[in-house]
Design a protein around this ligand. Structure first.
Ligand code: HEC
Ligand code: HEC
Ligand code: HEC
Ligand code: HEC
Ligand code: HEC
Ligand code: HEC
Ligand code: HEC
Ligand code: HEC
Length: 247
């Protein structure tokens, strides 16, 4: 018999031995009871703590939210996708509070622009899309329909519209600041809309006395940027205080 065949036989015998050693010492005892499966793992899995309750359980107490969500863009997202495992909460709501993802980077996990996402999936660039504000300020997470933005002037002033839509002034109508006569849309150069002309104008919303939502930031309308028109420092269609702050 040639040398190399002998060596091969030795190798085969060794492999067969290894096989039997593994079978008798290393394969778990209950392996094979239900086919190619370790039977005792069923019990082990059963004994683990339940972490996820499932949306049906949430509905028992939060039927209002389940109903809002079921007609929304987020209808296919389960509650616990966003709130994390909430079984313990569903058993003892007073003791355990689920996680609430209120930061911008959470929504961007799914909506941040990424070319590998399917076309048509709503994506934004989180650096440009209304930065500094939490997403939930403008989008209800349980019904995230984009807010209605007045579009009537968009046809001819597309660039200003596109700029403004990403700014803190996103939801202000153009006509809030420019009174535009109907004829402007037909003969725009002959019929000009008004433009704000004084600091007082911006004070309607930004002075300490202004009777508007508390969330709108206020300045001292007399001393802040004294002597200059507001829009010499803040572009009115994209007013960002933080960019000026850095400089
Ligand atoms: C047995 C009733 C019950 C069930 C079931 C239940 N919850 Fe709640 N949940 C509550 C109560 C009560 C509160 C407290 C309400 C409050 O603080 O106003 C609460 C509050 C919450 C909050 C807000 C926590 C906060 O910090 O304000 C979230 C989020 C929440 N539940 C998610 C869920 C999810 C997801 C499920 C399903 C897995 C679920 N809940 C199932 C009763 C329940
Ligand atoms: C896209 C992620 C997302 C999904 C899906 C989601 N939530 Fe929320 N949920 C949030 C965020 C973010 C907040 C905080 C809202 C705020 O502070 O204005 C919140 C707030 C809550 C609150 C507290 C106060 C309130 O009423 O706004 C409850 C209760 C709640 N969610 C329950 C649920 C239940 C039940 C479901 C499933 C039917 C669900 N959520 C699905 C993200 C989500
Ligand atoms: C797990 C992934 C996921 C997360 C996290 C998520 N979304 Fe969504 N979002 C979706 C899906 C899926 C749709 C529906 C897309 C469709 O209809 O094609 C959607 C739709 C939307 C839309 C509607 C866009 C449009 O006009 O079509 C908005 C706005 C939105 N989400 C905002 C948010 C906000 C704000 C958060 C954070 C609180 C968030 N989403 C978290 C998956 C997610
Ligand atoms: C200042 C308000 C505001 C904030 C904050 C905001 N959005 Fe929006 N979002 C809007 C407006 C307005 C639109 C509609 C834009 C349009 O019609 O072109 C919109 C549209 C969207 C859309 C739909 C885009 C599409 O192509 O259909 C998604 C998705 C979205 N926002 C997600 C987010 C996420 C995620 C965050 C947080 C990182 C966020 N938004 C923060 C106002 C806001
Ligand atoms: C049919 C196209 C068209 C429509 C629609 C339109 N504009 Fe104009 N707008 C123009 C043109 C053209 C100018 C002149 C630009 C120039 O002189 O450089 C102008 C100028 C302006 C100016 C500057 C005026 C000045 O004296 O500097 C303002 C402000 C303005 N438009 C606001 C609006 C508002 C607000 C709306 C919506 C109610 C609107 N426009 C709708 C075409 C249009
Ligand atoms: C918060 C108030 C405000 C809003 C909202 C606003 N504008 Fe203006 N706009 C101004 C101010 C202030 C000026 C600058 C006036 C000046 O320089 O004399 C201006 C200037 C303009 C001009 C002149 C050219 C330029 O770019 O300076 C046009 C055109 C214009 N706005 C169109 C629009 C349109 C279209 C919208 C809606 C998409 C809009 N504005 C929304 C305050 C506003
Ligand atoms: C009709 C009310 C209204 C008017 C008029 C108005 N603003 Fe605003 N302004 C707002 C709102 C709403 C916000 C966003 C608040 C938020 O989300 O924090 C804002 C935000 C701002 C910010 C950003 C602050 C920050 O923290 O980033 C500046 C700067 C600003 N406005 C300047 C102006 C100037 C300059 C004018 C005059 C041309 C003006 N505003 C007119 C309502 C108004
Ligand atoms: C000389 C330049 C200048 C002028 C003019 C100016 N600002 Fe500002 N503004 C700034 C700077 C810089 C900041 C950021 C630092 C700060 O908060 O004081 C700011 C911040 C703001 C903020 C944000 C405050 C906050 O708490 O977040 C608002 C709102 C604002 N300005 C509105 C106005 C209004 C309205 C006018 C006109 C009455 C005006 N500004 C005139 C330079 C100016």
């Amino acid at each position: 018999m040639p040398q190399q065949v002998k060596r091969l036989i030795v190798v085969f015998v060794a492999l067969i031995l290894v096989f039997f050693v593994i079978r008798s010492f290393l394969v778990p005892p209950t392996f094979g009871e239900y086919g190619h499966y370790r039977a005792s793992s069923v019990k082990e899995i059963l004994s683990q703590n339940i972490k996820y309750a499932g949306e049906v359980v949430c509905e028992e107490c939060h039927d209002d939210i389940v109903e809002i969500k079921s007609g929304s863009y987020h209808k296919r997202l389960s509650c616990e996708t966003c709130h994390g495992p909430a079984y313990e909460h569903s058993q003892a709501p007073d003791e355990y509070t689920p996680y609430i993802p209120s930061k911008r980077d959470y929504c961007s996990l799914c909506h941040g622009y990424n070319p590998s996402r399917p076309t048509g999936f709503p994506q934004i660039d989180p650096v440009k899309h209304n930065p500094l504000r939490p997403c939930i300020k403008c989008h209800n997470p349980h019904d995230p329909t984009p807010p209605e933005v007045p579009k009537e002037c968009k046809g001819c002033h597309e660039e200003i519209y596109r700029t403004k839509i990403l700014s803190p002034h996103a939801l202000l109508n153009c006509t809030e600041c420019h009174k535009a006569p109907e004829e402007h849309k037909i003969n725009p150069r002959a019929f000009r809309p008004t433009k704000p002309s004084s600091r007082k104008f911006c004070g309607k919303c930004h002075s300490k006395e202004a009777k508007v939502s508390e969330e709108i930031p206020r300045v001292d309308i007399i001393y802040h940027g004294y002597g200059n028109l507001c829009w010499e420092c803040h572009y009115p269609h994209f007013p960002e205080a933080h960019t000026t702050k850095k400089e």
